[in-house]
Design a protein around this ligand. Structure first.
Ligand SMILES: NC(=O)C1=CN([C@@H]2O[C@H](COP(=O)(O)OP(=O)(O)OC[C@H]3O[C@@H](n4cnc5c(N)ncnc54)[C@H](OP(=O)(O)O)[C@@H]3O)[C@@H](O)[C@H]2O)C=CC1
Ligand SMILES: O=C(O)C1=N[C@H](C(=O)O)C[C@H](O)C1
Length: 268
């Protein structure tokens, strides 16, 4: 039985992860961690997730339960993710990271940790989005520089980072395929007298509204026709099941940093 620890166990994804682990053969929830000072510390993780008592009490420190965990699943915020990663590296525990919005130094810390432990790091764990990344690569290769490319994403009102990690990854995949540097060619929103569109830019538009789980559309617009590739998530369970699949998969790897394309066998 693979023992999984969930950090941010009381969050939207944390609760869904607890439920997904309970539904999956070969894995068990062995620890649940929340922020120090959180009112959720001391509660039962199963009751918190709405699936009944599991006998796993929420604690406020990952290091204190490290000995009970084979792999951590972390969907929190960049700063706690950085701390959780360091604890996993120190303790030799594998980690699956779904948190988005990491800065360059935090991403470098993930890359460095891969020298010692197995890490899966992906902004979107759904099968559909990862398939869409392959379709985007193919579409960018065929349509090339002849089209205007825009990435439009929509999420719930509680999301704190923008554009979404998925939108940025979509932009990176397209930019890499077209030999562009996303840092140079990305345009985030538009306002005022912007001038004509530069064909080589990749535009990003963000919507934050209500309870939208996660929607991404990439538009490749030419003269006389356009291609749109859209993914719509209607349940967080799709991300949680992907993360649990990643947790089982990473148990086979000694060390290294992988993404969901590796987990799903979509590389190459
Ligand atoms: N890769 C993927 O497939 C997906 C990625 N995400 C990403 O996952 C992240 C979390 O999203 P979501 O679940 O909606 O956010 P939530 O805010 O609902 O959950 C985050 C949880 O982490 C807790 N937390 C904060 N600090 C710590 C800490 N130091 N130790 C332990 N727990 C802590 C928060 O507690 P408190 O509220 O008390 O601060 C909260 O319960 C985001 O970055 C999001 O973009 C989301 C869905 C899919
Ligand atoms: O915060 C969310 O909810 C989501 N975040 C991820 C992202 O930033 O790409 C993935 C998913 O769309 C939900």
């Amino acid at each position: 039985m693979i023992r999984i620890g969930v950090t941010g166990a009381g969050g939207r994804m944390g609760k869904t992860l607890v439920e997904a682990i309970q539904q999956t053969d070969g894995v068990e929830l062995s620890a649940a961690i929340e922020r120090a000072g959180s009112s959720l510390v001391g509660t039962d993780a199963g009751e918190l997730a709405g699936i009944g008592k599991l006998g796993v009490t929420v604690v406020n420190d990952l290091a204190s339960v490290a000995g009970e965990i084979d792999v951590v699943i972390d969907f929190t915020l960049p700063e706690p993710t950085e701390r959780h990663l360091a604890i996993c590296r120190q303790a030799g525990i594998r980690i699956v990271i779904g948190t988005t919005g990491l800065d360059d130094a935090q991403k470098q810390a993930v890359a460095d940790a891969g020298g010692d432990i197995g890490v899966v790091f992906a902004p979107n764990m759904s099968v559909g989005v990862n398939l869409s990344l392959k379709l985007l690569e193919m579409t960018a290769r065929v349509l090339g520089d002849e089209v205007d490319i825009e990435v439009i994403e929509a999420h719930h009102r509680h999301k704190v980072d923008a554009p979404s990690g998925t939108a940025l990854r979509m932009g990176e995949v397209i930019a890499d395929t077209l030999g562009r540097d996303l840092k140079e060619c990305a345009v985030y929103g538009r306002e005022g007298r912007t001038g004509e569109r530069d064909r080589k830019t990749i535009g990003f538009e963000t919507i934050r509204a209500g309870d939208i789980v996660g929607e991404h559309t990439v538009m490749f617009a030419g003269l006389g026709e356009r291609v749109e590739i859209t993914h719509k998530a209607s349940s967080r369970m799709t991300f949680a099941q992907g993360a649990v699949r990643a947790a089982k998969w990473i148990m086979e790897a000694d060390h290294g940093v992988f993404d969901m394309q590796d987990v799903l066998g979509l590389k190459g």
